[in-house]
Design a protein around this ligand. Structure first.
Ligand SMILES: CC(C)(COP(=O)(O)OP(=O)(O)OC[C@H]1O[C@@H](n2cnc3c(N)ncnc32)[C@H](O)[C@@H]1OP(=O)(O)O)[C@@H](O)C(=O)NCCC(=O)NCCS
Length: 432
């Protein structure tokens, strides 16, 4: 078993919740008497209804590989159900240049509404960050449903995502028409091919993380008790040699009164080649009896914009999506490659201490970095949040400078813009 899964509770976090008469412990995910009430509490924290035994079983199967820790109130009427939850695991995140780093992924942060604003979330998050740093992790990450919480712990957005709503009458296809073929695939095959395809593309995209098997089961509608699973449809694109190069998972929403005006909702569209991308987008946009195509969690740089006759037929909204939190500056800055040579001294501030310090970043003509601690005067002074946003190359130093989030002479901010730029747009295609 991985060492991180049952790493002991951070003693400072334990003491912080104990001061309020609460207990804090790592869950034994093999013990249903402990794990099932935990999962009910987490779902309640995310405002879901009470889960059936079948649904809890599905969650148990999909998530038990993770580390689960809970805050318990012994005085509660249901002391077996935690009042605070968080789960975490170690997974790879891709950096510009294609190297990956092990990342402490954090998920399922909830505090019961009866116990809010007593510092439980703070104790859990600071505790998890210290546990991650003690385990030797250089970076942590999460996706958020409440974006205002995590900045205070050093997390900051590093990838952005777009939601699309496309009027198919205005979005006549003007893109390529590749030669490969499209076929529906079974749920089981979809699960396996999604895992394979994502495994192949994830290191080509800064910001993408390694997925977990339960995610593909859910994406394929194979989790017991999963709502509306039978509505999911999946199509694969095979290249002329017969190899799967792309998959789209979608559902058709109820049409209301007019059968010609269904909404096609793209749940996931994953492609390995430009041909697969074009063929699958064309498939959804030219689907008969569909007037609107809706797609969430797409890149900020979708080529489909240029494949439709009228770009105004697509309504696109952008939001932050993948949040990172650097714990070890030299390891993270030293693991990516850069766009050009540069020499920069960075002063990083971190109220929690992990990333605090001053480093010189020397980048050679090949984009390879050397990072060393220094006492030199900094060219750039920035918080760990700002550096965590910049590290994938999707956010620019000069923009953060203009926003007052980074202090630098303009030429240093521009040097950082040029060096940190990423050829591939940073993107995370998953929620976790
Ligand atoms: C969000 C949530 C986890 C906060 O838990 P909590 O125990 O009440 O938080 P804490 O008391 O530890 O507060 C920590 C800090 O975050 C702030 N904070 C907490 N919830 C906040 C919110 N919803 N919006 C903005 N700030 C928030 C607190 O003011 C406090 O700030 P400070 O310590 O800098 O003064 C809890 O309200 C919850 O479970 N909400 C529903 C589920 C959810 O949104 N989870 C987050 C998923 S991404």
């Amino acid at each position: 078993m991985s060492l991180w899964k049952n790493a002991p509770i951070d003693s400072r976090a334990h003491a912080a919740v104990a001061a309020n008469g609460l207990d804090y412990r790592v869950i034994d995910t093999a013990d249903r008497a402990e794990f099932d009430p935990y999962l009910q509490a987490e779902m309640r924290g995310f405002l879901a209804g009470e889960q059936t035994d079948e649904q809890i079983g599905g969650a148990r199967d999909g998530l038990s590989f993770r580390r689960f820790i809970g805050v318990y109130d012994p005085a509660s009427a249901h002391p077996e159900q935690p009042v605070g939850t968080v789960n975490s695991w170690v997974t790879d995140v891709t950096l510009p240049g294609g190297r990956t780093l092990p990342m402490w992924a954090v998920s399922g942060v909830t505090v019961a509404p009866t116990h809010r604003r007593k510092g439980i979330a703070r104790a859990m998050l600071e505790g998890e960050l210290r546990t991650a740093a003690d385990a030797g992790l250089a970076i942590a990450g999460l996706t958020v449903s409440e974006a205002t919480i995590y900045g205070r712990f050093g997390f900051s957005p590093a990838t952005y995502a777009t939601d699309w709503r496309i009027d198919t009458r205005r979005a006549a296809w003007v893109g390529p028409r590749p030669d490969g073929r499209l076929d529906f695939v079974s749920r089981e095959r979809l699960r396996d091919e999604l895992a394979d395809l994502h495994g192949r593309i994830r290191t080509a995209r800064p910001g993408e993380i390694e997925a977990w098997p339960g995610l593909w089961r859910r994406m394929s509608g194979l989790v017991p008790g999963q709502q509306d699973a039978q509505k999911l449809r999946a199509v694969r694109y095979a290249d002329p040699a017969g190899a799967t190069r792309g998959l789209v998972v979608y559902r058709l929403a109820d049409e209301g009164e007019d059968f010609t005006k269904h909404e096609l909702q793209v749940h996931y569209l994953l492609s390995e080649t430009a041909d697969a991308y074009a063929a699958l987008w064309r498939f959804v946009l030219e689907h008969d009896l569909v007037s609107v195509v809706q797609a969430s969690l797409r890149s900020v740089d979708e080529p489909v914009r240029w494949m439709i006759a009228d770009q105004r037929g697509a309504h696109v909204t952008t939001s932050e999506h993948g949040w990172l939190r650097i714990l070890d500056v030299p390891t993270v800055l030293g693991a990516r490659t850069y766009a050009c040579a540069a020499s920069l001294t960075l002063r990083v501030t971190d109220p929690l201490g992990f990333a605090d310090g001053t480093w010189t970043l020397e980048i050679d003509g090949e984009g390879a970095p050397t990072v060393r601690p220094t006492d030199a005067e900094p060219d750039v002074t920035l918080s760990v949040n700002a550096l965590s946003s910049l590290v994938l190359g999707g956010v620019r130093a000069s923009v953060l400078s203009a926003a007052g989030l980074l202090a630098a002479e303009p030429h240093s901010a521009v040097a950082m813009d040029r060096a940190f730029a990423s050829v591939d747009t940073p993107f995370l295609s998953l929620w976790y």
